[in-house]
Design a protein around this ligand. Structure first.
Ligand code: GLU
Length: 324
């Protein structure tokens, strides 16, 4: 089987063995960084603090079902911020682009993901759906419309992974330590922007952050987005291509916290990361790439995964603005 990368020159068609080789090299680059002890696991909740910083896995998923695996791609961890993409997809499917972006903007914020400063002093609307304020606003559009079980079902469909469950331990910790997110919800309510009860809204937000996924589930979500919203195996359309274009654009500009600009220039793949160490990528092959390494860099992105993606993107010419 040969995969066409859209680059006629210099790679053109590459075969699976060549792709596997590139993934292996990327994985080894990531392991090298971990061997040097770089990166730190998130420690704001015990469930994340006890993660092993040396863990690392990469999964590539292609439209014919081929899987490229490095490390344990079935190990479960919490999805954290990557759930913001799922919430946004459901909101777009429910309300359409115009209505969703009447309540949240689509601009990179340049601030910490959980910052309140500009929201309080400059803007009424959150900057974008991938920072906490924006994701909480999006959750307020969904909480009266869907039960958590229905949202869980959406997550399973979009990740093509029926085994996704709520990690109760992570959820409890998120709930216990989530006062800053509650503050964001109440601030949005005080500005007349939040569309539902703050407590119920953050509860849905916490639960979605606490879904347990694997590198393979993230690759599945990345592949659906890479296929413009279609499950390539059942050929069912899950999200309209126009909505997917919007989601991938926002992932490209805002998906990796305050590293999104540099990642966009260097790696150039629409991606979203989470503090659980996951990164989900929609590559234009089309291919989904899911990575997991709980040791984070100073921006909150999996340090080994970013290093591996640099290599994989360069070698396979996956940058969206690579010459064709
Ligand atoms: N549960 C985390 C929070 O809301 C998610 C953070 C993240 O992954 O960026 O603070």
């Amino acid at each position: 089987m040969h995969y066409y990368t859209y680059n006629r020159d210099p790679i053109g068609f590459i075969d699976k063995a060549a792709m596997e080789q590139v993934f292996r090299e990327g994985y080894e680059n990531g392991l090298d960084i971990l061997e040097r002890g770089e990166g730190k696991v998130a420690d704001y909740i015990p469930a994340l603090a006890k993660a092993d910083p040396k863990d690392f896995a990469i999964c590539g998923m292609l439209i014919n079902g081929d899987i490229i695996a490095q490390g344990d791609i079935d190990r479960r961890f919490s999805i954290q911020s990557i759930s913001k993409v799922i919430n946004l997809a459901v909101a777009l499917r429910t309300y359409g682009v115009d209505e969703v972006f009447r309540h949240v903007m689509m601009e990179p914020s340049g601030d910490e993901f959980n910052s309140i400063i500009k929201l309080d002093t400059k803007n009424s609307l959150p900057f974008n759906p991938l920072i906490n304020a924006g994701a909480i606003e999006v959750a307020s559009m969904l909480v009266e419309k869907y039960t958590f079980e229905e949202m869980l079902q959406f997550a399973r469909e979009l990740c093509m992974d029926p085994s996704i469950e709520l990690d109760e331990e992570v959820y409890r910790s998120e709930f216990e330590t989530g006062n800053r997110n509650r503050a964001i919800a109440y601030l949005l309510q005080s500005k007349g922007v939040l569309l539902a009860d703050p407590q119920k809204t953050v509860d849905l937000y916490f639960k979605m952050c606490s879904l347990s996924v694997s590198a393979k589930s993230l690759a599945g979500l990345g592949l659906v987005l890479a296929c413009d919203g279609m499950n390539p195996f059942s050929r069912e359309s899950l999200i309209r291509p126009g909505y997917v274009r919007c989601i991938k654009s926002i992932m490209f500009t805002c998906g990796l916290y305050d590293y999104s600009g540099e990642f966009g220039v260097d790696v150039g793949i629409p991606a979203k990361s989470g503090v659980g160490g996951g990164i989900m990528c929609a590559a234009r092959v089309p291919m989904g790439i899911g990575l997991w390494g709980p040791a984070l860099d100073e921006h909150g992105n999996s340090i080994a995964s970013v290093r591996a993606l640099e290599h994989i993107s360069h070698r396979l010419h996956l940058h969206v603005f690579d010459y064709r």
